[in-house]
Design a protein around this ligand. Structure first.
Ligand SMILES: NC(=O)c1ccc[n+]([C@@H]2O[C@H](COP(=O)([O-])OP(=O)(O)OC[C@H]3O[C@@H](n4cnc5c(N)ncnc54)[C@H](OP(=O)(O)O)[C@@H]3O)[C@@H](O)[C@H]2O)c1
Length: 248
């Protein structure tokens, strides 16, 4: 770890996540918020120069602006924004040839450990278990299902040896829609001020296991994103995940 604080730009600094990122970074002597930037605040700083890392928690168009800036300036980029398109994901692949980029749909240490355990559980149980995911978030969340739920579904599909596109279903309704053995269904709730909850059900007749993560505040995500930014700041160009940061 460098003795000089890592110079950060927080993109989306006025948002729910951005405010916690700025607050927690200000408490960490190893970090310095060089720029707090937000489209909602005309008085906020602008992205300029080069940073130890830019952390983006905005909307897809905000991500694209941050990506343009990081590509031009050579600044490492931490991507927290969810709801990105396939073209955005391809853009991240392209950026990774020139700068260090780390994307996570969830920066919480516990969620990343849960993904790890989920893969192990699916592998150990083998076929014959119904795999379903339920997620809940606050009423203001724009995208559904959550990026975290989709990542968990992908982890589960990979561990079960199933094709994501054909097995992962985002709704179930109708007069005759019995569960197909290969289904991995993701259900979504939007309720109140919920900071986020994800449950993976692994069930067979007579028994059920639930792997569940409950967020009680956004600080778990913010702390993980700051840790990721500090880690990324001295890495070579490439595409990284929280697994790299946490050594999972
Ligand atoms: N990966 C994770 O661990 C994790 C955890 C939590 C949330 N998230 C994701 O992070 C994103 C932000 O969530 P949030 O709850 O903080 O949302 P939020 O409260 O709406 O905050 C987003 C902020 O970014 C600003 N913004 C939008 N477009 C921008 C642009 N082009 N340039 C600069 N600023 C821009 C918004 O301004 P306006 O109000 O003017 O639009 C708003 O102030 C979402 O995609 C969410 O799903 C990820």
């Amino acid at each position: 770890m460098s003795l000089t604080p890592v110079q950060l730009a927080i993109h989306g600094s006025a948002g729910r996540m951005g405010q916690r990122l700025v607050a927690l970074a200000n408490e960490d002597p190893g970090l310095h918020v060089a720029a707090a930037v937000d489209a909602a605040d005309p008085a906020s700083a602008r992205l300029e120069g080069r940073y130890g890392a830019v952390i983006d928690f905005t909307l897809p168009e905000g991500f694209r602006a941050a990506a343009d800036f990081c590509e031009a300036s050579g600044s490492p980029l931490v991507v927290g924004t969810t709801g990105l398109t396939d073209a955005d994901q391809a853009r991240i692949d392209g950026l990774a040839g020139a700068i260090p980029v780390l994307q996570a749909t969830n920066f919480s240490l516990v969620v990343n450990v849960l993904n790890h355990l989920a893969a192990q559980a699916v592998t150990l149980l083998g076929d014959g278990y119904d795999l379903e995911i339920l997620e809940a978030h606050h009423r203001y969340k724009a995208d559904a299902p959550s990026g975290t739920a989709l990542t968990l579904a992908r982890v589960v599909a990979d561990a079960a040896g199933r094709d994501f596109d054909s097995c992962v279903k985002l709704e179930r309704h109708g007069d005759h829609v019995p569960r197909q053995a290969s289904d991995i269904t993701v259900q979504t709730l939007r309720i109140g001020d919920h900071a986020g909850e994800h449950t993976l059900f692994l069930a067979a007749p007579g028994e059920r296991m639930e792997l569940k993560h409950v967020s009680t505040s956004r600080d778990s995500y913010a702390a993980g994103a700051l840790r990721a930014a500090a880690w990324l700041s001295d890495k070579p160009a490439g595409r990284y995940t929280m697994k790299d940061v946490l050594g999972l």
